[in-house]
Design a protein around this ligand. Structure first.
Ligand code: SAM
Ligand code: SF4
Length: 327
């Protein structure tokens, strides 16, 4: 379906839970007080009901995200539903964004269910630093999960959020590691979503910083690898690697944005950087499908033109953290 600016909207990111087994300090506060109440979390059947309507309206790509999607109870049932839709050719692709902690247990299941490309978020290859960023995460766990998935044939893209004075000295190591393992890599600018203790401008590092370092060491050539996503891709001349740069702050990509977001309490956000959302819960009972489709098509049509992030100003998104809407 087209929105009012003529963009073809065919991609949804479904946050199946806002809970997580890590606490990345740029994502949400350690003692997050904003978790969705348990009783408000959608059942898997309700997630399926929303997904069926989105598929009816032409959504072809589903990315499962969170919180940490692989700790959601019933996640296997939801993925099996999406796979059944893919087998009927109603869907083109099922994708996943994960922190990788549970990958060892899920890799085979994912592969069997047509989840053939996953994004794993990894901001450091140094176990101490990894533990600091994630508030206690075990790097070895994540690395063995990634290896298992990759050995099975799942294509891996590593997403690294650039953090000033935290991982800016690891850019070359991460590039070399991804290259030697045949993973893609994207560097991402931190976004002012959710009020955390630190000032966002003290965390922020432009992707231009990473681009310069990589260009100097490995040479960058603009890639033919085009996606409708926000990453601008490059190939490295002197090392085998496709590397993307996602710059929501320094150079936004709203004019080609094709995505929607659904949260685990049944809200649909047509734009990550905008507070506007619609509550789908009133339309989830049997017999309400037509109303649900109407609301969804209105949301798609009225998708905002762009977000207005400013890293130097206070965020206008204070109480919604990335674990709610998913990356
Ligand atoms: N837990 C999963 C993970 O970490 O991959 C999925 C959810 S997480 C919210 C999705 C992505 O959002 C991760 O790549 C994470 O690094 C990114 N993210 C979280 N907070 C962010 C922020 N404030 N700015 C930019 N990216 C952020
Ligand atoms: Fe959890 Fe992902 Fe947020 Fe880290 S970025 S706290 S892994 S939801």
């Amino acid at each position: 379906m087209l929105d009012s600016f003529g963009r073809k909207i065919n991609y949804v990111r479904v946050s199946v839970t806002d809970r997580c087994d890590l606490r990345c300090d740029y994502c949400m506060p350690l003692d997050n007080q904003n978790f969705i109440k348990k009783k408000e979390i959608l059942t898997i059947q309700n997630l399926i009901t929303i997904s069926e309507s989105l598929i009816y309206l032409g959504i072809k790509k589903f990315r499962i995200t969170g919180g940490e999607p692989l700790i959601r109870k019933g996640i296997r049932d939801y993925i099996e539903f999406l796979n059944s839709q893919k087998n009927k050719k109603n869907l083109e692709e099922i994708l996943l964004t994960t922190n990788g902690t549970q990958l060892s247990n899920y890799a085979e299941f994912l592969f069997k269910n047509n989840v053939k490309r996953i994004n794993v978020s990894l901001d450091s290859l140094d176990s101490k630093k990894f533990s600091l960023i994630t508030n206690g995460g075990l790097l070895t766990n994540v690395l063995s999960g990634i290896k298992k998935a990759s050995d099975l044939g799942i294509k891996i893209k590593i997403n690294t959020v650039l953090l000033k004075d935290v991982n800016d000295d690891e850019i070359i190591d991460i590039v070399k590691w991804c290259s030697s393992n045949n993973f893609k890599l994207s560097f991402i600018e931190v976004m002012p979503i959710g009020d955390i203790l630190k000032k966002r401008k003290d965390q922020y590092l432009s992707v231009e910083f990473a681009k310069k370092i990589i260009n100097k060491n490995f040479g960058l050539i603009k890639s033919n690898h085009e996606t409708s996503g926000p990453s601008k891709y490059f190939e490295c001349k002197n090392i085998n690697l496709t590397v993307g740069f996602i710059s929501p702050i320094s150079n936004h990509f709203c004019s080609t944005c094709n995505r929607l977001r659904v949260t685990s309490n049944g809200k649909i956000f047509p734009c990550l950087g905008d507070n506007g959302s619609e509550d789908l819960v009133p339309y989830l009972e049997a017999g309400q499908e037509m109303k649900l489709r109407k609301i969804l098509s209105d949301v798609i049509f009225n998708k905002p033109e762009k977000h207005y992030f400013d890293i130097n100003k206070e965020s206008y998104i204070k109480e919604r953290f990335m674990n709610t809407t998913g990356g």
